[in-house]
Design a protein. Structure first.
Length: 138
């Protein structure tokens, strides 16, 4: 199943302070039957988050290696047309611009679902089902 992955899910792969979520994020990448997809936006947000927003941030070198590994997934480029369509999607669904860029990238990739903590799980946006893989984590 084609599945778009939001930055917050990927960040948990490296967040030692969120043990349960880290375990779930790792399960998504090991022996997964999903075909995982990200965007250039996700790669950039990931780098900034793991190098600047963690209590114990990754070194630039380690973060760059992580980005290179993630870049082996299918990566949807953020193009001018995607930005224009995201503006319309954002207005229609009252989303932040960054969330609407992600939704549009997921839709264009042919993803069936979008894994994220940031949108309403169970809803569907631009034909993509929103799934929070951490719903059961307390």
């Amino acid at each position: 199943m084609r599945t778009f992955v939001d930055t917050n899910v990927l960040v948990y792969l490296y967040d030692v302070g969120a043990k349960n979520k880290r375990s779930i994020a790792r399960e998504l990448f090991v022996g997964n039957v999903r075909e995982l997809i990200i965007s250039t936006q996700v790669l950039n947000e990931f780098f900034v988050t793991v190098t600047r927003k963690f209590t114990n941030p990754l070194s630039v070198r380690d973060a760059a290696e992580a980005v290179a590994g993630l870049a082996q997934l299918e990566v949807v480029p953020i193009t001018r047309n995607l930005v224009i369509d995201a503006i319309t999607t954002g207005k229609r669904h009252q989303l932040s611009h960054w969330d609407s860029l992600m939704v549009e990238a997921a839709a264009r990739s042919g993803a069936v679902e979008l894994l994220t903590e940031d949108l309403a799980a169970g809803s569907s946006l631009a034909g993509v089902k929103i799934v929070n893989p951490f719903d059961e984590v307390t």
